[in-house]
Design a protein around this ligand. Structure first.
Ligand SMILES: [Cu+2]
Length: 70
C-alpha cells in the first residue's frame, strides 16, 4: 500500500511563546498519521509531516485554542 507523505505548513499568528509551541505540538502530534510536527515560534508557523488529513490538523490546532490563517 502506498503511503502518501506530505509536508504542510500552517500560518498561526497567535503563536507567541514556548507554551504555544508545546500546546500545538502536543495537539497535532495526536492526529492520526502525523510523523512530525514542528512549531516555529519566530515565524509563527506549524510544519506537519505525514499522511494526514488537512481538516484534522486544522481542527487540532483550533482545539488547542489557536486560529489558522488562510
Ligand atoms: Cu504562548
Amino acid at each position: 500500500m502506498v503511503r502518501l507523505v506530505t509536508q504542510r505548513t500552517y500560518a498561526v499568528p497567535g503563536i507567541s511563546c514556548a507554551h504555544c509551541k508545546a500546546s500545538i505540538e502536543a495537539a497535532v502530534a495526536g492526529v492520526p498519521g502525523v510523523d512530525a510536527v514542528e512549531v516555529d515560534v519566530a515565524a509563527r508557523t506549524v510544519r506537519v509531516d505525514g499522511d494526514v488529513s488537512d481538516e484534522a490538523v486544522r481542527a487540532a490546532i483550533d482545539d488547542a485554542g489557536y486560529d489558522v490563517a488562510d
